[in-house]
Each structure stands twice: as C-alpha cells, then as structure tokens.
Design a protein around this ligand. Sequence first.
Ligand code: NAD
Length: 258
Amino acid sequence: MKYTLVVRNDDLSKKLAEDIHHGLKDELIYDNQKPDLVISVGGDGTILEAVHQYMDVDCYYVGIHTGTLGFFTDYQRDEVDELIHDIKKNEYHCMPRHLLEVKVHLKDETKTLYALNEMRLDHGFSTQVISVYINDVLLEVFRGNGLCVSTPSGSTAYNKSLGGALIYPGIPLMQLTEVAGIHHNAYRSLGSSLILDDRQTIKLKGDFKDLWLGIDHLQYSFQDVESIEVHLSKRAMKFIEYKEMSFIKRVRRAYIHS
Ligand code: NAD
C-alpha cells in the first residue's frame, strides 16, 4: 500500500508527521502522486486541503488531529502509535462522504467544482437577490447576504452556524441554508433550511456580474455568471474508520460536553 501525508504547517503537526512516516516507512511505500491512503495531520482544514489535493486520485483518507477538536479526524495527538498500528493492521470500515457538484454557468463555458463541506454565495457588503429553483420549479426569490448549500459532512461546519440541522454523515442529502435572509413584505423566503435528496438540483439565478463563491476553504471569483447549479455528486470521498468513533459521541464532545 502507498501512502502520503498532508501536514499543517506547525511544529506539532510536523513532528507527528515525522513519527508517522518513521512508523510506516518499512512496511508501506511513500508516494505523494498516487497514494492509496492520504493521512492528514492537523485540523479539519487540513483534511479539506488533502481532499482537494487528491480529489482525482482513487484513495482513502484518515486524519489525526493536532488541535482540540476534529470532525473529520478520528485520532488525537497522543494516539500516533495507535494510528500506525491500525494502518498496518489494515482492518477498517469505509465511510463514504458525499461531495457537492457545483456547476457555474458562464456565457461561453461551464466550470465544475466539488465541495466536501459546502458551497457559499456569501458576502456581507451588500444584499444579493437570488432566485432559487428546485428541479426547475421556482421556490423563492431570496434577498439577504447569501445562501449556503452543504453536504452531511459540512452540516456541522458553516451550516450549523447558520442554524441548519446536523445530518448524519453518509446519508445522500444536501441542505440549503440562508445567510441573514431579509423577511418582510417585499421579499419573503423560506427562512428555515431545506433538505433535499440526490434527485434534486438547486439552480440559483441572480445579478451575478462579480460573484464570490466559497467552496470549503477555497474562494473563487467569477464574472458574468448566468446561473449556478448544485446537486449531490455521485462521487464520494472514502474515509477510513479503523476504530469506532460514533457521530453522536463526536457531536456531544464538540457541542455539549467536551
Ligand atoms: P477555519 O480555520 O476558519 O475553520 C473554521 C472552523 O470550522 C474550524 O474550527 C474547523 O475545525 C471547522 N470545521 C471545518 N469543517 C468542519 C466540519 N465538517 N464540521 C465541523 N467543523 C468544521 O477554516 P478552514 O480550516 O479553512 O475550514 C473551512 C471551513 O470553515 C468551511 O468549509 C466552513 O464550513 C467553515 N467556516 C465556518 C464559519 C462559521 O461557522 N461561521 C465561517 C467560515 C468558514
């Protein structure tokens, strides 16, 4: 099996990455081009970077967290030996984490982007007016700071701060959430989040002359966008679970009692 490491740029993460490399190098092959296993050392943001870096490679992901809390990472900073042992033992469950496919329709071309957490049309400088269609049926004309569409993985991230629901990972759903929607007699939108399955496509139309689009930790700028289509991709990233780490325990540890 070939592995690589994606490491956050801090002393602890670099030290743990060295230890992991040292522990694996005699039995596994290091390959940062076409790895079978990508080991992230850092935080949730490091996993996001890893997924975007190796999105076109058919590989598995596992993470060790060097901060205090991780939604994508099963191992804590003092569990390096356990991680090395579990990788060598090679007995695992695979958790598929769905991606969003985001198609940005420009005048002459379409750009396709993928998100593990969410896509955000969000800026606080001026309000945006966005027509929202679900499978080509008009749902609403939204006015406010923006909209967020998240995956189940991303439901615990920005979506949660927006008041969206947490969704158990692995269920093929996406969630549309408002960012500071204006609700009065001139503009009225749903006001709550909307959860859709993998048969639905969200189409967004507006005055998108200069558009800022957030995809996970990345930011894109486009000019003269005609529309944006979002649906749940058939592609899923394969996250390895060597040990039992229940979603509910993770939610309790993160949000209720650490
Ligand atoms: P960052 O360093 O600003 O991270 C923001 C926080 O989001 C970190 O605490 C990180 O652990 C957490 N996070 C990321 N993915 C998560 C997930 N799936 N579940 C629970 N928490 C998660 O930025 P970054 O590390 O580059 O990560 C980008 C992500 O940050 C975006 O995808 C977005 O979801 C999130 N974000 C959240 C807010 C907010 O909640 N107000 C604002 C901006 C970005």
